[in-house]
Design a protein around this ligand. Structure first.
Ligand SMILES: *Cc1c(COP(=O)(O)O)cnc(C)c1O
Length: 431
């Protein structure tokens, strides 16, 4: 590894020098011949989905659906795994299954993909954004506590970037206020919290299987829970609940307004193969992320990922925080110099509360429903300032490297480290 003085001798790529990395890293691809063969076998049966939207044995789907669900139950160590056609669908079904009423409030992180919060709105419930922990980017339990009102019914604990939220602290608050916990573990399958899989520690949780995630089926998701009643309610919402319940013994009808959230046989056949690969894929990403963190940890004004107590991190995103007071330049300037050297970083993530939909409180129709409805608390605020930690990160300190976007090896990681060290040698006076 070159010293800072040596690195200062070579001009930055943005100033006409030679970039450290002169190629685009290949895209991460978790698929192989196993998936292709599995798809071919399903094709030969001619049955691409066996679901029926009525009370029939095929209400629960075909053989690949059931096989994949059983495999997920065994792997994640849960009583029920329910496949869905996206994790967005899974989140909607999970919220509905929890006996949520219109106007109920669910506390959620603003630092997440938009569907964590819209799943709440789909039931005319109200997302309330609590701030995040400045190290792990997950919900700050103290901010959750401060946002509880008489309307609060649940906490949506998002396991962002690849590590679990602080589940012990959230569970304690949930127990104290009689709240349910939904885990959005889209980005953190196989991550552990105190030896147990993230996603399995709430009342209900689950994973995304979209193309961008660690393992995928193109589109898809899996809901997990140990609660029999919740599981059956999710299966009903997945598959035309209102029609199915017409033929079943009496069951509660609240939120039994169904969708078609069913995942097909081809996707489940792919999922079976992908799940077998998940542990090794995640272990390899962890190894590379740790190597990257070690290689840049000493750079002034740069915070490498912090792994929360009791957690393992699967690094869907490798998040960094820069302190502009120490680096003497903005994160955008650093990101531009790094991009010229061949390392592309995101300069923003999410501040969901600042989306136009929340700022204008306009979702269903144009009159402010459901916020304006009588059943809703009128004082819910999405003003800038409600989540100062998440806002400052997005505005001035956060940089994210998409670990799950590229197919990387140790030599690539060493080049990325060199690019960071070169940019710091030139741009950061303290080096
Ligand atoms: C990807 C993602 C989702 C949505 O999953 P889909 O399968 O794309 O619907 C929800 N929450 C988070 C945190 C995600 O990263």
């Amino acid at each position: 590894m070159k010293t800072a003085d040596e690195l200062r001798q070579v001009p930055l790529a943005e100033a006409g020098g030679t970039p450290v990395i002169d190629r685009v890293f290949p895209r991460y691809n978790s698929l192989g011949t196993e998936e292709a063969e599995a798809v071919q076998k399903v094709m030969e049966t001619g049955v691409l989905s066996q679901f029926l939207g009525c009370w029939h044995e095929d209400f629960y789907g075909g053989s690949k659906v059931r096989e994949f669900e059983t495999q997920c139950q065994e792997y994640f160590g849960v009583k029920h795994a329910i496949t869905v056609n996206s994790w967005t669908s899974g989140l909607i079904a999970a919220v509905g299954a929890l006996d949520i009423e219109p106007g109920d409030e669910i506390i959620v992180s603003p630092w997440t993909m938009c569907a964590s919060a819209t799943a709440i709105l789909q039931w005319n419930a109200i997302p309330v954004f609590a701030d995040i922990d400045p190290h792990t980017f997950n919900l700050d339990p103290e901010s959750v506590r401060a946002n509880i009102t008489e309307k609060t019914r649940a906490i949506m604990a998002v396991d962002i970037f690849g590590q679990s939220a602080d589940m012990d602290a959230l569970r304690q608050i949930a127990d104290e206020f009689n709240l349910r916990i939904i885990s959005d573990t889209a980005q953190a399958p196989a991550a552990l919290y105190k030896g147990k899989f993230a996603g399995t520690l709430g009342d209900i949780g689950g994973y995304s299987l979209n193309y961008h995630k660690h393992v995928h089926t193109g589109e898809g998701g899996v809901v997990v829970t140990n609660d029999d009643a919740l599981a059956e309610r999710v299966r009903l919402i997945r598959n035309h609940a209102e029609a199915v319940l017409n033929d079943r013994e009496e069951m509660p009808l609240n939120n039994m307004l169904g969708y078609n959230f069913r995942l097909g046989e081809i996707e489940c056949a792919i999922g079976i193969e992908q799940l077998k690969k998940l542990p090794a894929l995640v272990a390899s990403r962890q190894h590379l992320a740790e190597r990257l963190a070690e290689g840049i940890r000493d750079l002034p004004g740069l915070q490498v990922p912090v792994v929360g107590e009791g957690n393992t991190h699967v690094y869907y995103v490798f998040p960094l925080l820069v302190d502009p007071l120490i680096t003497g330049c903005s994160k955008e300037e650093l990101a531009a110099a790094l991009k010229a050297e061949g390392v592309e970083l995101a300069t923003r993530y999410q501040n969901l509360h600042l989306l136009p939909m929340y700022q204008k409180k306009m979702a269903y129709g144009s009159t402010g429903f459901p916020w304006s409805a009588e059943f809703s608390r009128q004082s819910v605020s999405y003003d800038k300032g409600i989540c100062p930690v998440a806002e400052v990160m997005n505005d001035s300190t956060y940089l994210g490297f998409g670990m799950c976007v590229y197919d990387l090896n140790e030599a690539d990681i060493d080049l990325i480290i060199q690019a960071f060290r070169k940019v710091w040698a030139h741009k950061v006076a303290a080096v």
